[in-house]
Design a protein around this ligand. Structure first.
Ligand SMILES: C[S@@+](CC[C@H](N)C(=O)[O-])C[C@H]1O[C@@H](n2cnc3c(N)ncnc32)[C@H](O)[C@@H]1O
Length: 285
């Protein structure tokens, strides 16, 4: 098997809207959300001492740091974690966590050809797969870096995770963007997320040379303390794609308009979004 090295596809989400502020917000606001489900994924994958793990789309590195604790004390047993992410500002935040058995690099799921073939025991993608438009290409890259018998584990957002109509939170934000002056700047359709159904996930994994061991949809709850925190989380976790279609000078007003709509969804616990998560695990055949 060889790793291909095409440039990222044109319809990929934009990587140009990130900022220091969004990276810092993500570090804070993802701790009770993505990080918790990531820890469970790492446990389900049975990541253990001495393993070499690649965290693809590691963001600011919270999960990679946790996994470095699972693979063993620095330098003692060959256990090592490499976190890669295409956003330099997220990697900058992550670098503070680097140590003997934990490294971070700017890198893209679409092109892992610079990493040696079969050099990892485990590949992890936590809240990343739905951001990748070209799934076969990315899965081919993961198969390249994994040794035979190595495992891949992914937490991702399935289509229709709300189980029907759009999530009330997203509906409220879309309503805010349908008002003037924001409606003059329609969101590019290709800048969405690329979700797959469980059966599609299974087929994609098999086509890339993996044997699925678990494909499961689980309930997933996100809680945001305030309407403003909900907007900040959506903006930070989409690395700026939420409002990237608007001129920068309109974005503060757009955040306020969204928060205003979201205020209607506040409960004593905050804004609670009951959704679903697709968990996929497989072994490299
Ligand atoms: C919601 S964040 C998840 C971050 C981290 N995995 C976590 O658990 O908190 C999505 C991440 O996917 C990354 N991403 C987007 N496109 C990517 C690509 N082509 N290759 C690798 N990562 C990508 C983004 O840069 C971002 O850091």
């Amino acid at each position: 098997m060889t790793a291909t090295s095409k440039a990222p596809t044109d319809d990929a989400p934009s990587l140009a809207h990130d900022s220091d502020e969004l990276a810092a917000d993500y570090e804070k606001l993802s701790a009770p959300q993505q990080f918790e489900s990531g820890k469970r994924l790492a446990a389900d994958l049975g990541i253990g001492a001495g393993e070499r793990v690649l965290d693809v789309g590691c963001g600011t590195g919270l999960l990679a740091e946790h996994i470095a604790g699972l693979v063993g004390p620095p330098g003692s047993n060959g256990g090592h974690v490499l976190g890669i992410d295409p956003l330099p500002l997220r990697i900058e935040v992550a670098q503070v966590k680097a140590r003997a058995n934990l490294a971070f690099e700017v890198g893209d799921a679409n092109d892992l050809g610079a990493l040696p073939e079969a050099s990892f025991d485990v590949v992890v993608l936590n809240a990343v797969f739905h951001w990748l438009p070209d799934k076969p290409r990315a899965l081919g890259q993961f198969a390249w870096v994994l040794r035979e018998g190595g495992r891949i584990g992914m937490n991702t957002r399935p289509p229709n995770a709300s189980g029907g109509a759009r999530f009330p939170m997203y509906e409220a934000m879309a309503q805010a963007m349908a008002e003037p002056p924001f409606d003059r700047y329609p969101r590019l359709p290709a800048r969405g997320v690329y979700q797959v159904e469980p059966e599609e996930m299974r087929a994609l994994l098999e086509a890339a040379g993996f044997t699925p061991t678990r494909i499961e949809v689980r309930p997933s709850v996100q809680v945001h303390a305030t309407p403003e925190a909900a907007v900040r989380f959506s903006e930070a976790s989409s690395f700026g794609n939420l409002l990237g279609h608007l001129p920068p000078e309109l974005r503060p007003a757009a955040r306020a308009a969204m928060a205003n709509r979201l205020a209607g969804l506040m409960t004593p616990e905050g804004i609670v979004q009951q959704g679903q998560r697709l968990v996929a695990m497989a072994v490299r055949a």
